[in-house]
Design a protein. Structure first.
Length: 109
């Protein structure tokens, strides 16, 4: 029979500590963005798809993961992900920042 040590119990935190932790998390959380691929269909209609999701960090860098699991990237900036999508013939990559009150996307290329 294996012995298990009891977890280390911390003393109760001071009043307001939970609020401080919440503020810390909100201040340091990366910002979510979508990498959208815009293109024209064979009929000439405009279409789009979410190609990847990313997290933008305070230092300007980004982590990006393809929706289909095809790639994961660490990039210097979120805009680099849009640029990579724009390299596909007939496609334009855009960044969409959920919850943003500004224009629905920024265009690369």
């Amino acid at each position: 029979m294996a012995t298990v040590s009891p977890p280390y119990l911390l003393p109760d935190p001071p009043d307001g500590f939970a609020d401080e932790i919440r503020d810390l998390v909100e201040a340091t959380a990366p910002r979510l963005f979508a990498v959208v691929e815009r293109f024209r269909t064979s009929d000439g209609d405009h279409d789009a798809r979410v190609a990847a999701w990313g997290l933008a960090h305070d230092d300007g860098s980004a982590q990006v993961t393809a929706v289909d699991g095809g790639f994961r990237m660490s990039l210097r900036t979120p805009d680099r992900a849009a640029h990579m999508i724009s390299m596909r013939p007939g496609s334009v990559g855009c960044l969409v920042w959920p919850g943003s009150a500004t224009a629905p996307f920024t265009t690369e290329g």
